[in-house]
Design a protein around this ligand. Structure first.
Ligand SMILES: Nc1ncnc2c1ncn2[C@@H]1O[C@H](COP(=O)(O)OP(=O)(O)O)[C@@H](O)[C@H]1O
Ligand SMILES: [Mg+2]
Length: 245
């Protein structure tokens, strides 16, 4: 079963007396453990689709199913639970808490969870968080605050944070947009390595060809519709050939 499934999804936003059609009849499925890129120019609907997958928004019509559950049919409480249990987020602008150090930033989503006592959850998460910080190469920076880190290091913290609750899916909306191209490449390669090691499904958006060509599955958008949806290596090979030409 696909971990993410969109069936004929439409999303319109009211805009004064008219409407903006952000997503127009989009359907696709994403398989568990894939490394997926949603590609398209600015305004093509990437963020809208990631917000729908992230249960931050529901479609105007059509269905979005995450891990077999239709997001539009859930109560607010169920939505929050599904999001917390299943999804980790990485943002373009990192969104770290400036007063917390690296360890505390990575730990933060664990504090928001339910069940057991807070003290117990923190203790149980400690080894996992240390391991995540190590795997993004920041062990020496555990006690440093975000303003002491470079942009690439901050995004590494955000990757570790997204994984703190051991989500099945990590969503990243243009995670490389605020980084120079070689740092952006490193960040995507780090995400790819973690995808490989943990089998976490990653879904990231970008308009950068160098970045999306690493994906196993590329969904290309234009004006809120799917222009191409390719999961095999075929598209990747063609793109690679086009870049090398
Ligand atoms: N909250 C909103 N209210 C009104 N229009 C919106 C809103 N969010 C997105 N849009 C519009 O929907 C379209 C798709 O936007 P978006 O999903 O942000 O695209 P992308 O992330 O690819 O740049 C754009 O025309 C944008 O202006
Ligand atoms: Mg966007």
């Amino acid at each position: 079963m696909a971990i993410v499934s969109l069936q004929n999804v439409w999303k319109t936003y009211p805009m004064g007396k008219t409407e903006v059609h952000a997503v127009n009849g989009v359907s696709f499925e994403i398989e568990k453990g894939d490394f997926v890129s949603i590609v398209g120019p600015s305004g093509s609907g990437k963020s809208t689709i990631l917000n729908l997958i992230g249960c931050i928004d529901v479609p105007t019509s059509g269905t979005v199913c995450i891990d077999g559950r239709e997001t539009g049919a859930l109560s607010e409480r169920e939505t929050t639970q599904l999001r917390h249990a299943t999804i980790g987020f990485i943002f373009q602008s990192f969104n770290l808490l400036p007063v917390l150090n690296v360890y505390e930033n990575v730990e933060f989503p664990v504090l928001l969870g339910k069940g057991d006592g807070l003290r117990k959850r923190r203790a149980e998460a400690r080894d996992h968080i240390d391991h995540l910080i190590e795997s993004v190469g920041l062990s020496q920076w555990r006690r440093h605050r975000p303003n002491e880190l470079s942009g690439g290091q901050r995004q590494r913290v955000a990757i570790a944070r997204a994984l703190a609750t051991q989500p099945q899916i990590v969503l990243a909306d243009e995670p490389t947009a605020n980084l120079d191209s070689s740092t952006g490449q490193e960040i995507i390669e780090l995400m790819k390595r973690i995808n490989h090691e943990l089998h976490t499904t990653f879904i990231f958006s970008t308009h950068d060809r160098e970045i999306f060509s690493i994906a196993d599955h590329i969904i290309r958008l234009k004006d809120g519709t799917v222009l191409e949806n390719e999961r095999s290596g075929g598209l990747r090979k063609r793109l690679k050939a086009a870049v090398e030409r």
